[in-house]
Design a protein around this ligand. Sequence first.
Ligand code: DX5
Ligand code: ZN
Length: 220
Amino acid sequence: MPARIAPSILSADFVNLERDLGAIATADYAHVDVMDNHFVPNLTLGLPVFERIAQVSPVPIDAHLMIEDPDRWAPGFAEAGAASVTFHAEAATAPVRLARELRGRGVRAGLALRPATPIEPYLDLLPEFDMILVMTVEPGFGGQSFIEGTLPKIRRTREAVGASGQDVWIQVDGGISRATIERAADAGADVFVAGSAVYGAENVPDEIAALRDLAAAHVH
Ligand code: DX5
Ligand code: ZN
């Protein structure tokens, strides 16, 4: 099974984004965190900047929207060039309608869950999504430590995806590094976001390769 690596540009140098996007050309996706200072206590970037990032990125864009009212704003990120758009279950009013709208625009639709949000209410709806993002830290900031207590939820999500027979990817985001990626893969994740681990490394391509190799041995 493939282990997909999506470095988070939250840990890149925001005045050298084109350079830092170029540095992750061997990754599977560039993970772009959109924060609105309401859903999370941090602010990053909006559509105009996002659109330019999508134009210059050497790899497809995985948008992670940590914003209120994704029902209104998420389709714009599909239009702006994302390959995948993930919105939060806690913020969406009509997650299935939104996922269908995103898919209708030709992008992958992802549903994100904060650490304390259960997967169970969404299990019957798995076929509506291309990816479930199990947050492994509280969203809002890079460099936080991995919450071990999210592993059982990853495991239950993997079991449900297996039982559904659908090809739903399971992404983890937050505190992913060489120290934690194997446990996340073992629990059932197959898409790995890493910000500080990748951009804080001495050699970015080597770090991406090392993370991918560690995960690939455990992805199932
Ligand atoms: C946090 C963001 C993450 C962040 C991860 O809310 O969603 O994508 O960049 O950073 P690290 O990998 O440093 O925990
Ligand atoms: Zn993220």
